[in-house]
Design a protein around this ligand. Structure first.
Ligand SMILES: NC(=O)c1ccc[n+]([C@@H]2O[C@H](COP(=O)([O-])OP(=O)(O)OC[C@H]3O[C@@H](n4cnc5c(N)ncnc54)[C@H](O)[C@@H]3O)[C@@H](O)[C@H]2O)c1
Length: 324
């Protein structure tokens, strides 16, 4: 479903990333003028991030600014009335322990505080920003509502929880802030550290797939175009809530995703069980009634269709890397 938005201007931070690049594509297709901002951190290969932007490269309504949100060089690019979609961050639960936490604190907490202040000072209309299901930790009941207690189990989740606190500080100062708690987003261009991407690569290259823990941990998987649809709606709807769960409703265990990918690829996987990851929760499942009611959003892509799309993309991008 297309949400009309002709003439609007969006600033998308993290534009070269997985979700950000799909969001830029969607906004341009809907008629927005889009400025993408990204510093191309070394969280994964720069050429992968450049490839993510190929679908919008050359679009007259898209421009890219390479800038670090923690610095000031990008702030003058904000205009009164802009909608800022703030997706830039250092994501990932596993890497957030140890010395690398400094980077999470910088690219998540400090960068988000800069974005909220800059948007306020420039007179932007709204900031829709990426929180995470990681703020919940182990929820007392499932599916969990936005009102459930937030008790993150990883340093990454703590940074997103801190951003939610920042949103409470800066919200209501002229600019509307809307946080989206994304639940495990997947699909083409998924980050290389994420389980479904590694799973697709392993089945196609006959490599061993490392399963952390017993494989029965489950996730509420959200296809990337569904996540983008909720994000665009959150940028447009009147009187939004301060925070929404964005979960695809496709809950599955890792073992079930292995079975689906094996069936789609027509090949068996060599699975190696390894120790559970510190900070990983046993289950995620979103109650999305607030997003359905207030944003008019509902996920459209089921897990099998979404995994087929991701597998096809991994196959194609692996083949083109071999040719290059
Ligand atoms: N992918 C998921 O399943 C998921 C789930 C929950 C929340 N999120 C959140 O959604 C957002 C997008 O995630 P993604 O998976 O697309 O990640 P990604 O790593 O692919 O994209 C993030 C982008 O932000 C950029 N960036 C980081 N720090 C920056 C800075 N200081 N200045 C400018 N650019 C910077 C990076 O270069 C990268 O291109 C993140 O905020 C993430 O925490 C993602």
């Amino acid at each position: 479903m297309t949400v009309a938005a002709s003439g609007r201007r969006a600033v998308v931070t993290g534009a070269a990333g997985f979700i950000g690049s799909h969001l830029c594509e969607r906004l341009v297709a809907d008629g927005w003028r889009v400025l993408g901002v990204d510093s191309f951190t070394d969280s994964y290969a720069r050429h992968d991030k450049e490839d993510n932007l190929l679908p919008v490269a050359g679009e007259p309504r898209f421009a890219l600014l390479e800038a670090d949100l923690v610095g000031d060089s990008w702030r003058s690019a904000l205009r009164p009335g802009d909608v800022v979609f703030h997706l830039a961050a250092q994501p990932g639960v596993r890497g957030s322990f140890g010395a690398s936490f400094a980077r999470y604190a910088r690219d998540n907490v400090v960068a988000t505080q800069r974005v909220f202040e800059a948007a306020h000072e420039a007179g932007c209309r709204r900031v829709v920003w990426a929180s995470s299901s990681s703020v919940y930790g182990e929820a007392p009941e499932y599916p969990c509502r936005e009102s459930a207690p937030t008790r993150p189990r990883s340093p990454y989740g703590v940074t997103k929880r801190a951003c939610e606190d920042l949103a409470r500080v800066y919200g209501g100062k002229g600019v509307t802030l809307v946080g989206l708690r994304y639940f495990t987003v997947y699909g083409p261009r998924q980050r290389p550290d994420m389980a479904l991407r590694r799973l697709c690569e392993a089945v196609l290259t006959r490599a061993t797939f490392a399963v952390y823990g017993d494989g029965f941990q489950s996730r509420d998987f959200t296809f990337v175009t569904d996540a983008c649809d909720a994000t665009v709606r959150a940028g447009l709807v009147s009187d939004p809530e301060p925070v929404y769960n964005v979960g695809g409703g496709a809950e599955a265990t890792l073992a079930q995703t292995v079975e689906i990918v094996e069936r789609l690829a027509g090949a068996r996987l060599d699975v190696a069980r390894t120790a559970p990851v510190h900070g990983d929760v046993r289950r995620t499942a979103a109650d999305t009634s607030a997003a359905r009611r207030s944003l008019g959003w509902r996920p459209a892509v089921d897990l099998e269709t979404g995994l087929a799309a991701e597998l096809a993309w991994v196959r194609e991008s692996t083949a083109s890397r071999r040719v290059a």
